[in-house]
Design a protein around this ligand. Structure first.
Ligand code: AMP
Length: 193
């Protein structure tokens, strides 16, 4: 099973990806997680990405396409994967097409979580509060200024990715405002259908 999860920041992609990992036994490939790990480890990629991530902008296509290409080569991704946070630009979606074509692979599903943008800021504030309450460290970009920029990046650069897949008839849309369990059920159902 090879899936792409699309949707704005705070839509619940990470939460649903975790459930899909358990259900299908395939890894979640989150470019955000990989970039945060690179920043933490102080790698050259991390050093390049840190400031743009903290401000809420997008890291260059070249960097993220390279990260994903390497990650897909790892043995645990052979039987499938869930892409979470990638592709985020049409150029990334095209690069993904080329990567998959070279391997003779095809995506089994592209699922977009549709959410009301007005609810997203509240969700992000909740996520930050829950992380703090659990003794965790809040993401550097989970603050109102960076979040607004992430939404702009989504609208301008990532929404066209949904249009890219929709124009090929491969996009499935799910109501991301429903409860977490209902969203999971809806995803299962569009993937089965
Ligand atoms: P996320 O955890 O998916 O919300 O990603 C956090 C941040 O990492 C984003 O705001 C971007 O700065 C960067 N990032 C993650 N994935 C990508 C991507 N596919 N393309 C560009 N930047 C990305």
């Amino acid at each position: 099973m090879k899936l792409v999860l699309l949707g704005p920041p705070g839509a619940g992609k990470g939460t649903q990806a975790e459930r899909l990992v358990k259900k299908h036994g395939i890894p979640q490939l989150s470019t955000g997680d990989m970039l945060r790990a690179a920043v933490k480890a102080g790698t050259p990629v991390g050093l390049q990405a840190k400031a743009v991530m903290e401000s809420g902008g997008l890291v260059s296509d070249e960097i993220v396409v390279g990260i994903i290409a390497d990650r897909m080569e790892e043995p645990d991704a052979v039987n499938g994967f869930i892409l979470d946070g990638f592709p985020r630009t049409v150029a990334q979606a095209q690069a993904l097409d080329v990567m998959l074509e070279k391997k003779g692979l095809k995506l089994d599903g592209i699922v977009e979580l549709k959410v009301d943008e007005n609810a997203l800021m509240a969700r992000i504030e909740k996520r930050a509060a829950e992380t703090l309450a659990a003794g965790g460290v809040v993401r550097a970009d989970d603050n109102p200024d960076a979040f607004k920029k992430r939404l702009v990046a989504y609208r301008e650069q990532t929404a066209p990715v949904s249009a890219y897949y929709a124009s090929r008839g491969t996009l499935k849309t799910v109501d991301g405002m429903a409860s977490i369990d209902d969203v999971t059920r809806a995803i299962d159902s569009v993937l089965a259908g």
